[in-house]
Design a protein around this ligand. Structure first.
Ligand code: SF4
Length: 81
C-alpha cells in the first residue's frame, strides 16, 4: 500500500500491511501516528499525518528490511535509508 502527502510518502509491502502483529507494531512505534490499525486488524496509513514524519526510521526497523519505505517527496522521492 502507498500513501502520499505533500512532502512525505509511505509505501508498505502488502504482506506487512496484512500482518496484524506488524500493523500493531508500526502503529505503536511511529511517534506522529502515521500508522494505525483498522477494524479488521490490518494496517492503515493516516495520510493527514504523513507530513509530520520526523524521519526517525523506527517504522523501517519495526518491519523486515525493505518492506517499509519512507519517500522524501520534497527530495525527488528519495527513499529514506
Ligand atoms: S520515519 Fe518515524 S515518523 Fe516517519 S513514518 Fe516512520 S516511524 Fe513515523
Amino acid at each position: 500500500m502507498r500513501s502520499d502527502a505533500l512532502f512525505i510518502g509511505v509505501e508498505v509491502d502488502d504482506e506487512v500491511a496484512r500482518d496484524r502483529e506488524l500493523a500493531a507494531k508500526l502503529a505503536e512505534v511511529c511517534p506522529v501516528d502515521i500508522y494505525a490499525v483498522g477494524d479488521d486488524g490490518t494496517l492503515r496509513i493516516a495520510e493527514e499525518n504523513l507530513d509530520e514524519c520526523v524521519l526517525c526510521r523506527l517504522c523501517m526497523d519495526a518491519a523486515p528490511a525493505g518492506t517499509v519505505r519512507v519517500l522524501k517527496l520534497y527530495d525527488q522521492g528519495a527513499v529514506l535509508a
